[in-house]
Design a protein around this ligand. Structure first.
Ligand SMILES: *Cc1c(COP(=O)(O)O)cnc(C)c1O
Length: 381
């Protein structure tokens, strides 16, 4: 079936999928921490809600079906999903990671996991040979994110996931920017897909949540041991909000993507703008690779003003875009990576990565594009 149909029907159709009998189309919120055990000596599907909850299960089955994996796992945030996936590795293991992964993932790798003995090498993953060169005898994992944040650099997933398979690595792809509507890394060879469901999947800036999908049941069992043991799980209401968001992902993301394309083209023509980064623009480096692995350029773009004060003025003066972190909501958001998403990346490293104080990231919302352009024009003056 097409993704548009799966978004509505995959994972959960009525409450009968959860053992209910009413035929309810809406997913029941099982606000219960524990479950009566009919046979105290036997096992049953639900016993304690950290280990499993029917509402969460509906979400987990939905994301597994959408990404085409064996199992889905829900977490209390995207970074909890990332950290729990990294939690299947051990001290002494080495991981190769793309150098422009999400700032919070970078921070976890270089502080928390470093303290626990997981060694990370950051590479420019837009060059698959750099990935190959970084693999050592004790390398166990490859962690990618494409398009990257905030410069929308493209990683060739087929090439890099092929290198991971040859070397026997477990590959992890953060698919937050694309969602399964536009990109399905498991079909391209990934072992684990992670999401911040806070972004496009939830889609309404009203919930913090994370998801992971594993290609195989074996890796799924390792991840479930962390999910249940570490316990960074979402409550049933948050799972319900993400499920509700997923239903409208197609119409939201397609409209937001269209608006992002219009904003990118318009920004290119503005005298205050030095550069625009959007995989849908002709000449975007990696645009052809992206086109071959994803169904569209997405709804996030970045641009650089000529002077830092122009960027700050824009953020202060825009009335329609919220000056905020996060992305993927129905509201347009303008963020300032230097002090927001990448504040935890050391200054020298930020400069090397091109995260200057002239850089603004836009997540296009569902407002009328004409109104956004009029507002941006004023804010850039
Ligand atoms: C936001 C984000 C995360 C972290 O997710 P939270 O829900 O904020 O914990 C991870 N990866 C990417 C690409 C993100 O945008």
């Amino acid at each position: 079936m097409h993704m548009g149909t799966l978004l509505i029907h995959a994972g959960y159709d009525t409450d009968r999928a959860l053992g209910g009998s009413t035929g309810a189309l809406g997913v029941p919120v099982y606000q219960s921490s524990t479950f009566d055990q009919e046979d105290p000596a036997g096992a049953q599907e639900y016993d304690y809600a950290r280990s499993g909850n029917p509402t969460r299960k509906a979400l987990e089955d939905t994301i597994a079906a959408l990404e085409g994996g064996a199992g889905g796992y829900a977490f209390g945030s995207g970074i909890a999903a990332v950290s729990s996936a990294l939690g299947i590795f051990a001290a002494g293991d080495h991981i190769v990671a793309s150098e422009d992964i999400y700032g919070g993932s970078y921070r976890m790798l270089n502080t928390f996991f470093k303290r626990w003995g997981l060694v990370c090498t950051a590479v420019d993953a837009s060059d698959p040979e750099a990935v190959r060169r970084a693999v050592r005898p004790n390398t166990k994992a490859l962690f990618l994110e494409t398009p990257s944040n905030p410069l929308l650099k493209i990683t060739d997933l087929r090439a890099c996931l092929g290198i991971a398979q040859e070397a026997g690595l477990i590959s992890i792809v953060d698919n937050t920017f694309m969602t399964p509507l536009l990109q399905r890394p498991i079909e391209l060879g990934a072992d684990i897909v992670v999401h911040s469901a806070t972004k496009f999947l939830g889609g309404h800036s009203d919930v913090v949540s994370g998801l992971a999908v594993t290609r195989t049941g074996e890796i799924g069992r390792r991840l479930y041991a962390v999910q249940n043991g570490f316990g960074a799980v979402p409550g049933p209401w948050d799972a319900w909000l993400v499920l509700r968001g997923i239903k409208t992902l197609k119409v939201r993301l397609e409209a937001q993507q269209k608006t992002a394309g219009r904003l990118a083209e318009w920004l290119l023509g503005q005298p205050q703008v030095e550069a625009v980064y959007y995989p849908g623009l002709a000449g975007h480096p990696g645009g052809a690779v992206h086109g071959a692995q994803a169904g569209g350029p997405g709804a996030v773009l970045s641009f650089r003003t000529k002077k830092a004060e122009q960027a700050l003025n824009f953020l202060r003066r825009t009335r329609l875009a919220a000056a905020a972190v996060s992305l993927g909501g129905v509201e347009t958001i303008a963020s300032y990576p230097a002090t927001m998403s990448h504040a935890s990346v050391p200054q020298a490293e930020r400069a090397r990565l091109g995260i200057t104080d002239t850089l603004i990231r836009i997540s296009a919302g569902l407002e009328a594009p004409e109104d956004l352009i009029a507002d941006f024009e004023e804010a850039l003056q």
